[in-house]
Design a protein around this ligand. Structure first.
Ligand code: SAM
Ligand code: SF4
Length: 374
């Protein structure tokens, strides 16, 4: 069981808060698609005949791909990999791309799950974030996708946006619930260094974020999700029963994955590798049959810290057997000594198989992980 991630590095315009790798110029797109098709073939031994149970088109904006682009990519994937017939195949889509024609086209591809970047249903927030679409476009895109038979939909919502009151955040969630969306990913706005928003805030041209607003809105998020029967299965991810993101869960459960396209990361249990985050270099190198990547063998210390960080954030928690099986006595002693304080203060609870965050613990997950690190 393994996953494939495909990075599509193009956007119509850059959102001011985003530091994901993408270009607002589509000039190289067709040359990139040719290179991607070659990379799919060149990398086919990386997962060593594992069956693929998830494919994820991320970006950037994968909904900018044409039907021809997608057909060519899928033909190549099915030619070189063993893909499970029930594989979860997700495509990140921006609401302004999802016209009726586009959704019908996508229905005629193997894509069976949409991840829509809604961020907010309110104009003021979309303007603050420099999003290209309107709230109406987002609502129409969701309804159209549902009417066309896409039931497995997730949306991204951002909280902690300067100027967005708690009431507006509550209203955002109510709109999502009314739309019957089975999976919601929700992140607190982070101001990434080097982004346009970082610059604007530093120059006093955009309202700064307020940490307390972020905490309050996370509380609202958790409460409203519970009231509406969503499972809080990872700090930023909520779903109705049966709608867990298999692809993302596989990352958190240390499963293998192959990343294709510029800036994409791959993991095969022992090492991690990442492609160049430069479209021109990516294309020219692949055209010379060389995959432009760097890699590192993960030390035991890195493997342990990564396991703690990712598993702690999930509903499944840190598995006791996994710790015993994968790490030596020294690591286990370190863990046993350091976990005590969190059990005492009830930020972590345990059951027969695992340690997991309590509601209070969810506010300080990264801090707890840092204390448990080697
Ligand atoms: C790869 S990105 C975007 C995918 C798609 N192109 C879009 O714009 O919707 C995935 C998600 O990360 C979240 N995100 C990106 N940058 C963020 C930031 N600085 N703070 C909070 N959330 C962020 C957004 O919710 C975004 O939808
Ligand atoms: S948030 Fe999405 S659309 Fe906006 S720049 Fe980032 S990847 Fe592109």
């Amino acid at each position: 069981m393994a996953g494939i991630y495909i990075h599509i590095p193009y956007c119509k315009q850059k959102c001011n808060y985003c530091n994901f790798f993408s270009s607002a110029s589509g000039k190289t797109k067709e040359a990139f698609i040719d290179a991607l098709l070659k990379e799919i073939a060149l990398q086919h031994t990386y997962l060593k005949d594992e069956e693929i149970n998830t494919i994820y088109f991320g970006g950037g904006t994968p909904s900018l791909l044409t039907k021809d682009n997608l057909d060519a990519i899928f033909n190549q994937l099915y030619k070189y990999y063993t893909i499970n017939k029930d594989a979860e195949i997700t495509l990140e889509a921006n609401p302004d791309d999802l016209t009726k024609e586009k959704i019908i086209e996508l229905k005629n591809t193997p894509v069976n799950r949409f991840s829509m970047g809604v961020q907010s249903f309110f104009k003021e927030d979309l303007e603050y974030l420099n999003r290209i679409h309107s709230s109406e476009q987002a609502i129409e895109a969701i309804k159209r996708a549902q009417d066309t038979g896409f039931n497995n939909i997730t949306i991204d919502l951002i909280y902690g946006i300067p100027g967005a009151s708690d009431q507006r955040w509550n209203d955002n969630l109510s709109i999502a619930f009314d739309l019957n969306i089975p999976h919601i990913s929700s992140y607190c706005l982070t101001i990434e260094e080097g982004t346009a928003l970082h610059h604007l805030i530093n120059k006093g041209k955009a309202k700064p974020v307020d940490e307390e607003q972020g905490i309050r809105q996370f509380v609202i998020l958790m409460d409203r999700m519970t009231e509406n029967n969503y499972i809080h299965y990872e700090i930023s991810n909520f779903c109705k029963d049966g709608f867990i993101s298999i692809h993302n869960s596989n990352y958190w459960r240390q499963k293998k994955y192959l990343g294709l396209g510029p800036s994409a990361h791959s993991f095969n249990s022992h090492s991690r590798q990442w492609n160049t985050a430069n479209i021109t270099k990516y294309i020219s190198s692949i055209n010379n049959e060389i995959i432009p990547f760097e890699s590192e063998i993960l030390s035991t210390e890195q493997q342990y810290n990564e396991y703690i960080l990712t598993s702690l954030r999930t509903i499944w928690g840190i598995n006791k057997e996994y710790l015993k099986h994968h790490f030596n006595k020294e690591y286990n002693q370190h863990f046993d000594e350091n976990i005590k304080q969190f059990l005492l203060f009830k930020t972590i609870e345990e059951n027969a198989t695992s340690y997991y965050l309590t509601r209070t613990g969810k506010f300080i997950a990264d801090g707890i992980a840092a204390e448990l690190f080697i």
